[in-house]
Design a protein around this ligand. Structure first.
Ligand SMILES: *Cc1c(COP(=O)(O)O)cnc(C)c1O
Length: 410
């Protein structure tokens, strides 16, 4: 396996200047494009002529140059041949599932995934398409193997699971998928740069750009990174889910995201450094904290083997407050008495965002599924921001942990 350096790959990309030589690319604000030679129109429609091969752009839902360029940046970041963007992470994920499955097919997915993805696979797909999913503990490789049938069309995991922060053994899962002749799809939303799933064996990488990549909780977007052939299939005029279902990313949003990729590395390192320090200090107080960078985390050794060394262990940690009531009390005092962060779903923001997973981002899952996934009712997910100083944030967190009885009073 050649070592992939996402930061170097991004910086090596041909620079996209603005139309008038601007250092930043132009926002292509057209939904339709002039075909200078009308005789080429049939070839362009048939996909025989692309903008690179004597054709031109056609229509904004198909390809937009600004969105296309962001796709090239994300492909460089993930080390895939191609990528394209969508209006949301769910738009990207559902496009991939629709592209790979026909009516009656089967999916094997991790039992700890984002609530929206869980609902897509558990509720939406069976009802609308007859595509069924077996949810398994993907840290149990034998269980994954056993769940694959001759109708299985893909294996789906999150690089770091939401909210339990278990790390997927991507090389081992890829081997199982490839032995069965199916692609491994990895949602890398929680760990851009930290993990490069495609370089570890994954075939398709999906992202919610809304989170770390966006970095300011001001936009919604998604991306699919994969082979040129697969990305092309998403745009097929007859069966391409991005083309037909139309979750098109707005070019002005794409341009905005493109301006944040150059400092993603700085931000991921800052999130990781702060999260590790807070996790270590919280653990010393005797509080139940999970963070993949802590020596006691079940996947610490695996992550150490798979991760890029420069970006830490990710920006998320969880604190188990025991009960939902205690979780609410902790979040309440952290937000309203100490300004430690905000009670809000999502992640990747510069300030800390906190939510109680079982009753928010994983609330799509019934009690039994929550139990299987080990999402306890008092689990507080913290997406650690890098604003303020470590000492300032630690005083806020420590005081709140003691005040709510999660740590002993001094
Ligand atoms: C937020 C999220 C999604 C969905 O992304 P949207 O941009 O909100 O559609 C998918 N997967 C994970 C892991 C997420 O955190």
């Amino acid at each position: 396996m050649t070592r992939h350096d996402p930061v170097e790959a991004l910086a090596s990309l041909r620079h996209e200047f603005g139309e008038h030589g601007g250092v930043n690319m132009s926002i292509e604000a057209s939904s339709t494009f002039t075909v200078v030679d009308p005789a080429t129109m049939p070839d362009i429609f048939a996909g025989r002529k692309s903008p690179e091969s004597g054709g031109c752009y056609l229509y904004g839902r198909h390809f937009n140059p600004t969105v296309y360029h962001l796709g090239r940046q994300l492909a460089a970041l993930e080390g895939t041949e191609a990528a394209y963007c969508s209006a949301s992470g769910m738009g990207a994920i559902s496009a991939v599932i629709f592209a790979l499955c026909n009516a009656g097919d089967h999916v094997v997915a991790s039992h700890t995934i984002y609530g929206g993805t869980w609902a897509l696979l558990n509720d939406f797909m069976p009802a609308k398409t007859g595509v069924r999913t077996s949810f398994v503990d993907t840290t149990n490789l034998a269980a994954v193997k056993n769940a694959i049938t001759d109708r299985t069309r893909l294996l789906y995991v999150e690089s770091m699971s939401n909210p339990t922060l278990r790390v997927a053994d991507i090389p081992a899962l890829a081997a199982i998928a490839h032995e069965a002749g199916i692609p491994l799809v990895v949602d890398n939303t929680f760990s851009p740069l930290v993990l490069s799933p495609a370089r570890l064996g994954a075939d398709i990488v999906v992202h919610s750009l809304t989170k770390f990549i966006g970095g300011a909780s001001d936009l919604i977007g998604g991306a699919v990174c994969a082979s040129g052939e697969f990305i092309g299939s998403l745009m097929d005029l007859h069966t391409g889910p991005l083309m037909i279902l139309g979750p098109t990313l707005d070019p002005s949003v794409a341009a905005s995201v493109a301006l944040r990729l150059p400092h993603l590395a700085l931000r991921m390192a800052a999130h990781g450094e702060r999260a590790l320090a807070l996790a270590e200090r919280t653990e010393i107080l005797g509080v139940t904290v999970a963070y993949p960078g802590l020596p006691g985390h079940p996947d610490r050794a695996l992550l150490e083997r798979l991760r890029h060394p420069d970006f830490g262990y990710g920006g998320l940690l969880t604190i188990d407050a025991g009960t939902e009531q205690k979780a609410m009390a902790l979040m309440n005092t952290l937000q309203n008495d100490h300004q430690f962060g905000y009670v809000a779903v999502s992640l990747g923001y510069f300030d800390t965002l906190m939510s109680c997973s079982a009753s928010s981002t994983s609330s799509e899952m019934p009690e039994e599924a929550l139990l299987n996934a080990e999402i306890s009712p008092g689990l507080v997910r913290m997406a650690i921001g890098y604003s303020g100083s470590l000492e300032q944030r630690w005083v806020q967190l420590e005081t709140a942990l003691r005040a709510t009885g999660l740590a002993p009073m001094r």
